[in-house]
Each structure stands twice: as C-alpha cells, then as structure tokens.
Design a protein. Structure first.
Length: 217
C-alpha cells in the first residue's frame, strides 16, 4: 500500500491551527511579533512563535513560505534594533543630532536605547554593520556633553546680528540652536532672572504668533 503523502498528521493540523491564529493576531495588531508569554484566544501563541524562530532550520519549506507570506520576523532582535535605528534617524532629521535627551518623556525610550548602544560598543557587542549604520548618521560614541547655556546665547547673539531677530526656525541649518531657542520659550519658568534678562536684551520673543515667518534666513 502506498503512503499518502498528502495526509496530515496531528502535528500538521495543530501547526496550521496556530498559523491561522497568527494570521488573526496580525490582522488585529498589524504585526506577527507576539510577545513570548502572550496567550491569544486561549492559545500560548507567543511561545509557538518563539519556537518557530528557534526551529527555522528544521521547518519544512512550505511552512517557511507560509510564514514569510505574512511578513514573519525571524530575527526579532535585529528587527527591534532596526526599528530603533530608524527612529533615531528621524530624530536626527528633526533635531540635527543623535544625542537624545532623557529629559523629554516622548523620547525616553529612544534615549535609553542610545545609551545602550554606547555601552554595547565599548563591550564589543555591536556588529560592524550596526556600527557603520550609526556612524553614517553622525552618531558619537562618547557620552553627550550638553552645550553650556552661555555658548548657545553667544550663537543666538551671532544669529541676531545677522538676521535682526531671535526667531530661529526649524529650517535653519543649525538645528540644535533652533531646538535650544524653543526650549527657552517652553521652560522660561526654569530660567534664572539673569538668563531672562540676557534674552530680553536681545529682544527675545517669548511667545511667537502662529504662522509668523522670517524670510531673511
């Protein structure tokens, strides 16, 4: 009697059931990265996903094809690293540097990631590709030292002498200066009386009217 190669084993049935659950998970959450200890619809789907990654070399081509068809992430660590790297690139494009401050709650997670990259670099835990990617966007391996307040004030004085005002726009080439100016407005209550006087002397605008533009930059 010939063996029926199309006949599914119990293991095949169970695998396909979990695969269908993973599709449901993706439709609901828009990704397949189920956390390890997650139970989904009564199934320990997180552990199953982790096993698929660990057993990739033992999976049949058909199962690998099925998982690839739903953009299954085989290396979750590399995926998470690249996600943070892209977030850092966006931060660099917005602020002009990669020195993410922990003082801004919005970027706290990214700031912690940046700190870890410096630690991993010193311990030799980053790949050559990761190092190259970071250096390509101007990442510095030494701990960020904040520019002293007085130095930023001097830069603003130079800006005022050139353009006749202190309203540094986001499009200005010195993005860190523009960011510093915005912080002075936001955190005026934290400045000393002497710092406020120095900015007032430059006719610093503490409140900008919406839509105000300066064409001389």
């Amino acid at each position: 009697m010939k063996k029926d190669n199309n006949k599914q084993t119990l293991f095949d049935i169970q695998w396909n059931e979990k695969y269908k659950l993973l599709i449901d998970f993706k439709n609901e959450y828009k990704h397949c990265n189920v956390p390890d200890k997650t139970t989904y619809k009564g199934c320990e789907l997180g552990r199953w996903v982790t096993r698929q990654r660990a057993r990739k070399t033992k999976l049949s081509p058909d199962r690998i094809t099925k998982l690839n068809s739903i953009n299954f992430v085989w290396n979750i660590f590399e995926f998470v690293w690249m996600k943070n790297y892209k977030d850092l690139k966006n931060y660099k494009n917005k602020f002009g540097h990669c020195n993410v401050s922990k003082g801004n709650e919005r970027y706290l997670s990214l700031a912690n990631w940046v700190i870890k990259q410096r630690q991993y670099f010193k311990k030799g835990k980053l790949s050559k590709k990761q190092i190259k990617n970071l250096e390509n966007i101007g990442f510095t391996w030494e701990k960020y030292k904040r520019t002293p307040w007085c130095e930023n004030l001097q830069k603003l004085e130079t800006f005022k002498a050139k353009f006749g005002h202190c309203n540094v726009t986001k499009s200005y080439k010195d993005k860190p200066l523009g960011n510093w100016v915005s912080i002075q407005r936001r955190d005026k209550h934290k400045l000393s009386i002497e710092q406020i006087k120095k900015l007032d002397k430059l006719e610093f605008n503490w409140i900008l009217k919406s839509g105000r533009k300066h064409l001389n930059i």
